[in-house]
Design a protein around this ligand. Sequence first.
Ligand code: CA
Length: 234
Amino acid sequence: MSKATQPLVLIVEDEPDQLEVLSYNISSEGFRLVTAKDGDEALLIVEEQRPDVIILDWMLPNVSGIEVCRQLKSRSTTRSTPILMLTARGDETDRVRGLETGADDYVVKPYSVNELVARVRGLLRRSRPASVDQTLSYGELHMDLVQHKVVLAGTRVKLGPTEFRLLTTFLENPGRVWEREQLLDRVWGHDADVDLRTVDVHVGRLRKALQVPEQRSSLIRTVRGVGYSLDSEG
Ligand code: CA
């Protein structure tokens, strides 16, 4: 899998020792990593870099973890980003409060690193299935991410590496409408020197490759004025 398609994990933790241990273990899993030391920095990074999962410490200076969580879950652009809360509090009411603000999961400090990584993978399975699963399917379209094989209605489809990554992105969220900028970030990487025309060209190639001859339509649909989507509606 190319660098750009590896899931991006944001760790928000103010204690340097904790941050170091977490960073080491998340990087070891092959995930891309970005870190923040307080809530304001975290909110800024989420807007700019759109991480795939957020590990969020409850106790932070200034803006608390709970408040960061509440804000992210109230914005349409970040609502679906999974949040794993780290809490030193084992108290049941605090756990409930954490989940009520919208956290998707939590671990209580001191946690085992293995458990934490397993929880992160669990959240990624929902938001970025290709990062933890080996195959993706949608209707008659099947994708084997390990063997790099795509089959549509029983017929092998040959794709270039960029089209393959594009299809992985589409197949992770069938029906989701992607803006071209979002596709660019996800498939080429946030810092890539690529323009939106290039995105159109590769989506065009993918659309052609996914044409079912007898149906005269492709699984890739253009949503006018917005971007592209993979679904069978078109
Ligand atoms: Ca803390």
